[in-house]
Design a protein around this ligand. Structure first.
Ligand SMILES: Nc1nc2c(ncn2[C@@H]2O[C@H](COP(=O)(O)OP(=O)(O)OP(=O)(O)O)[C@@H](O)[C@H]2O)c(=O)[nH]1
Ligand SMILES: [Mg+2]
Length: 321
C-alpha cells in the first residue's frame, strides 16, 4: 500500500507537474492513503424499512434560554411561532416529512414509512434535521423577536425513534399532545396564581400539589373567571404542520404550502380529514376556509410576522451567565 502510494505520487508529479490542478485528482484516484482504513470504523446504522421515522428535537436548557430572553410566562407566542417557522423550513427542505408536531421547545418530524432520504441513514437524517432546524431558528429570530437581541447561540438535542405500526405513530403523537394539555393546564394555573393571585411560586406550587385537572380548571374558573377551554388553541393543542395544496390568486393555481394547525390530533377527526398522512397518498387540496388557518408558512410567501415592526428595546442582559 505504502509503495503503491509513493509510486502514484511520483508518477503524478512526472505526468502533471507538482503544481498541476490534475495532480491531486489523479493521486486520489490511483491510490488510497494508508489512513483510509479508519473509515471502516464508521457505523452505517439504517432506519428499519417500513417504519415511521420520527425525529424529535428539543431545546437545550431552554429553562435558562427562555429566562435570559425574557419569554412571556407561561407561553410566549413569539417563541412558539419561531419554533414553527423553523420547523416549516425543515419540511420545505425535506419533502418526505409528511407532518410535524411542536410545543414548548420541542418539535417532532414524521417521515413517511417509505422515506428514502440518505438511504435511511439514521445519523445523517437526525443531524440534518437538527442542523436545519437550529440554523433556521437563529436565521428567523429577528422576524419574531424584533429588537430583542439573541444573546447566545441556542442549541437543540435530537433523537430518532422508529415506529413499526400506524397505531404506534398515532399513539406517539397523542402522547406528545396529551403532554401539551397536562403541562399547559398546570402552567396556566401556576402563573395565574402567581400573577393574579399574588402567591409566591412556592405557594402556588403547594396549592397545585396533587390536584386533578378538574380542580385546576375550577381554580381558574371560580377564582379568576378564566375558562381554560377559551385559552388560545396554540397553547392548548400545540402546532401540527401539514403539507397541502392551496389555490392561490390570481389564477387559482395550486401551490404547495405547509400549514400550521392548532387542532386536536388525538381523536379521529383530524385523521379522517387528512387521510393522506397515514395512507401515504399524494398531497391533498386544503379544503378549509382561510380564516380557520392562523397563518400559512411557505418559503415563497412572507409570513404575517415578517411585517411586524419590532417594539421591544434591545438592552437586555442575561440574568445568569
Ligand atoms: N416562559 C416560557 N418558557 C418556555 C416557553 N417554552 C419553553 N419554555 C421553557 O423551556 C423549558 C422546556 O422544558 P425542558 O425541555 O424539559 O427543559 P430544558 O431546560 O430545555 O432542559 P433540557 O431539554 O433537558 O436541556 C420549559 O420548562 C420552560 O422553562 C415559553 O413559551 N415561555
Ligand atoms: Mg429542552
Amino acid at each position: 500500500m505504502k509503495v503503491l502510494s509513493l509510486f502514484a505520487g511520483t508518477l503524478s508529479k512526472v505526468v502533471h507537474g507538482a503544481n498541476s490542478p490534475l495532480r491531486n485528482f489523479s493521486s486520489s484516484v490511483m491510490a488510497k492513503s494508508k489512513f483510509e482504513y479508519v473509515k471502516g470504523f464508521e457505523e452505517d446504522r439504517k432506519c428499519l424499512p417500513n417504519c415511521w421515522i420520527v425525529v424529535r428535537i428539543d431545546g437545550r436548557s431552554f429553562t435558562r434560554f427562555s429566562d435570559v430572553h425574557k419569554f412571556e410566562k407561561p407561553n410566549d407566542r413569539r417563541a412558539l411561532e419561531l419554533m414553527t417557522r423553523a420547523a416549516s423550513y425543515v419540511m420545505e427542505e425535506l419533502k418526505e416529512i409528511s407532518l410535524a408536531f411542536g410545543t414548548s421547545d420541542e418539535y417532532s418530524f414524521i417521515f413517511r414509512k417509505d422515506a428514502q432520504l440518505y438511504n435511511r441513514r439514521r445519523d445523517k437524517i437526525m443531524s440534518t434535521v437538527n442542523s436545519l432546524f437550529s440554523s433556521a431558528f437563529v436565521f428567523h429570530w429577528t422576524s419574531f423577536f424584533g429588537f430583542v437581541k439573541l444573546l447566545y447561540p441556542p442549541a437543540f438535542d435530537a433523537r430518532v425513534v422508529l415506529y413499526p405500526t400506524d397505531a404506534n405513530l398515532r399513539d406517539y403523537l397523542s402522547w406528545r399532545q396529551a403532554d401539551v394539555h397536562i403541562n399547559n393546564l398546570y402552567n396556566t394555573a401556576f402563573w395565574t396564581l402567581v400573577k393574579k393571585g399574588n402567591l409566591t411560586p412556592q405557594q402556588a406550587q403547594e396549592r397545585l400539589k396533587n390536584t386533578l385537572a378538574s380542580h385546576k380548571n375550577e381554580i381558574l374558573f371560580k377564582e379568576f373567571d378564566i375558562n381554560y377551554n377559551n385559552e388560545p388553541p396554540l397553547f392548548r393543542k400545540g402546532t401540527t404542520l401539514v403539507r397541502k395544496l392551496v389555490q392561490t390568486p390570481p389564477d387559482n393555481k395550486l401551490k404547495q404550502f405547509i400549514i400550521p394547525l392548532n387542532v386536536d390530533i388525538i381523536g379521529e377527526e383530524f385523521w379522517k380529514e387528512n387521510p393522506e398522512i397515514i395512507g401515504m397518498k399524494s398531497i391533498q387540496i386544503y379544503s378549509k376556509k382561510g380564516d380557520e388557518v392562523g397563518y400559512m408558512v411557505s418559503s415563497k410567501l412572507p409570513t404575517t410576522h415578517e411585517n411586524i415592526e419590532p417594539t421591544v428595546p434591545q438592552n437586555q442582559e442575561p440574568s445568569s451567565a
